[in-house]
Every structure is written in C-alpha cells, then in structure tokens.
Ligand binder design. Sequence first.
Ligand SMILES: [Zn+2]
Length: 271
Amino acid sequence: MLDHLSFSQWKAWAACPTAAHAQYVQRAYKPAATEAMAIGKLVELALVGKDFEDLEAGDQALLMTKKGPCVAAQRAVEWGRKAAAMPDVATALQGTEMQAELRPVLGGVPWVCRLDVWDRAGGCVWDVKTTASPLDETWVPRLETRGNFIAALGYGYQLAIYAEAVRQATGDWPGVGIIAIGKHTTRAGEAIPDVWLFDWTDADQLVGYRNALAASCTGPWTCDLGAVLPPIPELYKSPAAGLPRCEQCDWCVANRENRIRQYADPRRTRA
Ligand SMILES: [Zn+2]
C-alpha cells in the first residue's frame, strides 16, 4: 500500500521501476547499505551535532566492531564536527532546526521530507550530502551536458520537494541549497574534509522539478531510463512484469529476464 512518498522512494522509481516495484510493492528486495554509505550518513549526522547513537541500527551494525564503533566511524564523527566548525558552514548552521520532518501533499499524495538543516526564521533549508569530490563533473544524460554530483544524482528534485514542503508549512518559499562534504587527500596522505555550500539560484528550475514530482503522482511522467511511466500510485497496483529495467542494479542483475542481446559493433553517428 502506498501511504506516503519520499524523495528516496521517488528516486528509486525513477532509477529502476522494476527494482522499486520489488522493493516497495512486493517487499522482496532491500538494496544493501555499504560501509561507505553508513559513513556518509554518520558524517551528515555529526555535522548537525548528532552522534553514532542516532544512526539507524543497520548502519550502526556496519560500523561496529566488538570494541565499539570502528575507526572509520570515529573519524566520520570527527570529520562532521570539523566541517560544522568551518566559518561558512557554521554561519549556515546557526539558529537552525535539525532533522525536522514535514509532510507536504503533492499530487494528492502525502510526502515525507526530513530536512537536515532548516533555518525557520531565515527561511532557508540545507541538505547535507557526502560525495567524493564536490566540484568534479561528469556527463549527465538527463541534462545532456556535464554537471557535478548534484546534477548527476538529481538532487534538484529533492530541494524542490523540500522547498514545497516549507511553502506548505509556512506560506513562504525558502532558499534551498546543499552542504557538500567531500574528501581531499593532502600530499602528506592525510584525508581532510573539502566542504562546499551550493546555494540554489534558479527558482524556475525548482518549480519545474516540483511539477515533475507532482506529475509522478497524478499523470504519466518520464523516468531516468527515458521511459514514460504511469503515476506512482498506479505503479503500486500494477504487476512488475513489463516495467522498465535498468539492468545495472543488484535486483536487475540477479533477476535477468533474458541474457540474449542482439549485437553488432556500433557505428559512428557523429563526424
Ligand atoms: Zn534495475
């Protein structure tokens, strides 16, 4: 049963409808967390002043040794605190509410949004992300150009739903942005946090992303695989067969429908 949507769920449907159906409808699949993901979460929590105890049990288990949190987990906490003390970050965190939960309604469906950092008085929301290199760019098929991790992972959609959540709760559009914590290794071999604040500048894009999220609840929408999908509430009722597959995720690889491909070497299409 669909009782609410979240950005992470929407992202799962957009990335691989077959795996999302297995995860959320059939409840036959749960993507495994990795140690790197658990460490990322711990860095995010430490940045907003939380600690190891605030990690979910599954993530805790990944970072636990017989003697307590592993060395990497202890370093993650130290790292998050170091990042929080950096001048621009400290300013952004000042007087803010951490991990507030808002429940906006979009396309008639309740959504759950957990805001990492919310400055209610200043009207500003920050989401915290860990990434290898905040400024590195790769080709982003969705935008048909190069972009950083925010573009590549579609985090603009997340900021759009968070902005909408605050608008529904307070009546005002907040400013939104991402605090990115990257990793830099010094010449001496020491890993230090490389922190950037990405303040989102294009309000029209956010409105467009919000409308795209609403469309995924009420009408056909386009997923990251380029396929046009029925609204998510309808996907909940539909059978898994025939849904687009990414053929790259754990679920798709473990559950191949057929292993035969038609093949010839590709021909150059551009001169
Ligand atoms: Zn897949």
